[in-house]
Ligand binder design. Structure first.
Ligand code: SF4
Length: 743
């Protein structure tokens, strides 16, 4: 008999990062529930959390490396797998240069400190310009706007929801997501409290989402036209003399330029394009300005569109000119205990950001934060010549399902000379790999959230120790990335990983600590791998113990000793300290955004096809029981009603001769998918919605539960030629498609 044990774990399944209590007996999970004493989530969980048990026990989850021989994946030892990589990868780089290798990383890596921190090392060792991530399928506009206005990519202002009186939400469904680029477990409870204290929640979305249902007001908007609504709200504020910067006045640059920039966007012109009446636009602007504590929040729908970066800019411009930026109840900046670029270096000023230091070879798309747009990966593989991508390493990444025109990318992957996937599953992307290196179950991994405390509803620090030991012989994921790093550095697959890790860590420390490096390294010597990097970051961070100089400060040992984490308090005003722009100001009118604005002005007067035969516009949607594509393989989440349905307004269904449950075909550019129709007046007329991450019917993957109800892959009909030129983000929302009854 093994006695029951209770463990603490930060849920790795979505950005809300809830604290879980995991009960085990021996090697079995017997219960998962919310941890009441968690300082951040206070016991809240959603239905996904219990599926962690499914993930841990999933027979499809890979436990042994695979090598493709004669077109079939066969299990091999770890040494054999790395020997294969060493045999095949370096010769490609020697013959064709470092850019012949591309790296992709997916969003599950954000929930694994080992992957996230050691991906940076791998990317440095790769020395390639071909770096791609899920950021350009999802969120790069927000990072770019944050960088341009405030100086760093993670200077993301989030709603201080627990103190606000008025919240305007665009293109986001936080009741399903519990925040995105905003870590806010139990959004529903917090929104309810907002309304109970007399506050108002307004939602703008082409679908009356679950969040809209819980709001005071909802307005349909034509997909991809948020830029017009936002600019017209700003136009109203300037026209009516309602701009109030308050204490930010001396900190703001570019107010006049912003006023000029939004001048063409009168409410009447914007109304014709976005579908929200001019009077309503004016009312929204006035309500925001008049609110004592108000905030605008926009997310995925406002990012994954052609004007993604412009929209993010105007959201924070609205927060700023209404006096709500950096104020309690407004849009505030978290102060992360570790890894926050806006807590490092001298306060109040910095280098700002530079983009376009290089460009993609085929289309010339500019680099942003070191990355090229994921939509450009297929053409970089297909197009011959110097710099052609011939080898690929994917880390927790499934772009065949998550990037537009997956069928093209899938074909391109087959043309590679060599491919390695680090993944927990043989999925629609890793099935193409010559070598697959399995990751570990999250329950076998220690974890500290590197990214999410930088945009959390409350400041905190939490660490989860591994619940279970790794399987015998299974390396940690960071060790696998380090071994790949060793191969790329020419040290070979059998390099001394401990020595390499010590050397790379000391190099990082030296940049900050100089001659104090040996003492700092000695101070963190009780930890290894990612934990050592977390300890370093915590101790040097804004609440840190400064390696003993501030005995009351944080270090990893203290955080690890506090099951449920350490509360660091509500969000506090941080301006001007958090700014890292070169002039030490909030840039209200950054030059790259002003230069891009004529594109939106031209779109303002774009002719709308009102013939009734116009193509439909398609948007995605977030489901409570889904996030990443692999969650469709977890029985707890996969059961129940079919979720991959095409939502459609009753009038559109009637016009197209489609009934509830009938199979509809969605077509674009010669590609087609079909999905059952779900008729709903929650949809705006002319807009259909399909959730993302489905399409598990492809040969060669090993996702048995998902394959039973594969669903249709929305991205298979989307268009890789459509992207936001500033951020490189794919356009996944508001793309024109033809919809008809499936034949
Ligand atoms: S909301 Fe997200 S983090 Fe919280 S329990 Fe659900 S999946 Fe986990």
């Amino acid at each position: 008999m093994t006695s029951p044990q209770t463990h603490y774990r930060i849920c790795p399944l979505c950005e809300a990062c809830c604290g879980l209590e995991v009960r085990t007996e021996g090697r079995k999970v017997v219960a998962i529930r919310g941890l009441e004493s968690d300082v951040f989530s206070h016991g809240f969980i959603c239905p996904k959390a219990v599926a962690l048990k499914d993930l841990h026990e999933d027979p499809d989850r890979l436990r042994q490396p695979l090598v493709k021989r004669d077109g079939r994946h066969v299990p091999v030892s770890w040494d054999e797998a790395f020997a294969e990589i060493e045999r095949r990868l370096p010769p490609i780089l020697a013959a064709h240069g470092r850019d012949a290798l591309a790296l992709t990383v997916g969003n599950p890596a954000a929930h694994k400190a080992g992957l996230l921190l050691y991906f940076a090392r791998l990317a440095r060792a790769a020395g390639t310009k071909n770096l791609y991530s899920a950021s350009t399928l999802d969120q790069m506009p927000k990072h770019l706007q944050a960088g341009l206005m405030f100086g760093t990519l993670f200077s993301i202002a989030v709603p201080d929801i627990v103190r606000t009186d008025y919240m305007l939400v665009l293109g986001a469904n936080p009741i399903a997501s519990n925040g995105s680029l905003w870590t806010v477990p139990d959004f529903r409870g917090k929104a309810k409290a907002l309304r109970a204290r007399g506050g108002k929640l307004v939602v703008i979305d082409p679908r009356r989402t679950e969040t809209a249902d819980a709001a005071d007001e909802h307005h349909f908007i034509r997909p991809g036209t948020d830029v017009h609504l936002l600019a017209a709200m700003l136009n109203t504020l300037f026209a009516e003399g309602r701009v109030r910067l308050g204490r930010l006045e001396p900190l703001v640059a570019g107010l006049d330029a912003l006023q000029q920039a939004v001048a063409p966007f009168t409410p009447e012109r914007a109304a014709a394009r976005c579908g929200i009446p001019a009077d309503t636009i004016r009312t929204l602007a006035r309500e925001l300005a008049d609110a004592e504590r108000g905030v605008v929040y926009g997310r995925i729908g406002t990012c994954t569109q052609a004007f993604g970066t412009l929209s993010q800019w105007l959201i924070d411009a609205l927060n700023t000119v209404t006096g709500h930026l950096d104020e309690p109840g407004g849009a505030m900046f978290s102060k992360a205990a570790a890894f926050g670029p806006n807590t490092m270096g001298p306060p109040g000023k910095g280098r700002g950001i530079i983009t376009g230091r290089h460009a993609s070879r085929v289309s010339g798309a500019p680099e942003v934060f070191g990355e090229l747009p994921m939509v450009k990966l297929a053409e970089e593989i297909e197009t011959g010549g110097a710099g052609q991508v011939r080898a690929l390493i994917t880390i927790a990444s499934n772009p065949v399902l998550s990037a537009p025109n997956g069928p093209r990318l899938s074909k391109a992957l087959d043309a590679l000379d060599f491919m390695v996937s680090v993944d927990i599953y043989l999925n629609e992307t890793s099935r193409h790999a010559d070598v697959v290196l399995p990751g570990v179950s999250p329950l076998q991994d220690g974890h500290y959230d590197v990214a999410f405390p930088q945009m959390s509803w409350r400041n905190h620090a939490r660490y989860s120790a591994p619940v279970f030991a790794r399987d015998e012989g299974q390396p940690a994921e960071w060790q696998n990335l380090l071994r790949l790093t060793a191969i790329l550095k020419g040290l070979g697959a059998n390099a001394d990983l401990q020595a390499l890790d010590d050397e790379l860590t000391a190099d990082d420390v030296r940049k900050l600590a100089g001659e104090q490096t040996p003492a700092v390294m000695a101070a963190v010597s009780r930890w290894q791998g990612p934990e050592r990097l977390v300890d370093l970051a915590l101790r040097a961070g804004p609440y840190g113990d400064r390696f003993g100089l501030k005995p009351d400060g944080l270090n990893l040992a203290k955080v690890a000793d506090a099951p449920g984490g350490i509360d660091l308090g509500e969000l506090q005003p941080r301006l001007p300290e958090m700014l890292r722009t070169p002039n030490g100001k909030i840039e209200l009118a950054p030059a790259p955004l002003l230069a891009d604005l004529p594109r939106a002005v031209a779109d303002l007067d774009a002719e709308l096809d009102r013939s009734g035969a116009a193509p439909m516009s398609i948007i995605g949607r977030r489901e409570l029981r889904s996030n990443n594509s692999w969650m469709h393989n977890l029985p707890t989440l996969a059961k129940g009603p079919l979720r991959c349905t095409l939502l459609m307004h009753p009038d559109d269904a009637q016009r197209l001769g489609l009934s509830d449950g009938a199979l509809a075909e969605v077509k674009r550019a010669g590609r087609a998918i079909s999905a059952p129709v779900a008729i709903s007046d929650a949809m705006m007329r002319g807009v259909v919605s399909l959730p993302h991450g489905w399409g598990h019917h492809l040969d060669g993957s090993q996702l048995a539960v998902a394959a039973e109800r594969p669903g249709a892959n929305l991205n298979a009909v989307l268009d890789e030629s459509l992207y936001d030129p500033l951020s490189g983000n794919a356009v996944l929302s508001g793309v024109a498609v033809e919809v008809a009854a499936a034949t």
